[in-house]
Write a protein that binds this ligand. Structure first.
Ligand SMILES: [Zn+2]
Length: 97
């Protein structure tokens, strides 16, 4: 138990939205998002597609007073969904005489 008084949260996709769930939830636990939506935390990594779901504004506002913890464990990190774009252009230059 920490006595810092600072609550923790992590982002978790629920019902086509990105919500904040309490950081103390363990994989398999049921609980509530910060906007009081029932949620089962499955653990692991959500899919890339799920990370693109819109952020819940209620959770976003409430999470301001919370400390973010990553999905991987109990270390702190910024909330930055990895966004990668792989573009491959192949320019074939052909000289035909
Ligand atoms: Zn929410």
């Amino acid at each position: 138990m920490t006595t810092s008084g600072r609550k923790t949260f992590r982002w978790w996709p629920v019902d086509h939205g990105r919500h904040a769930i309490p950081g103390e939830l363990r994989p398999g636990d049921t609980g509530e998002t910060l906007c009081l939506h029932p949620v089962t935390y499955l653990g692991g990594e959500p899919s890339k597609r799920e990370w693109l779901w819109p952020t819940c504004q209620v959770c976003y506002e409430r999470a301001r007073g919370y400390t973010h913890i990553s999905l991987a464990g109990y270390h702190y990190g910024p909330v930055l969904p990895a966004q990668r774009q792989t573009e491959q252009h192949q320019a074939d230059s052909q000289v035909i005489r």
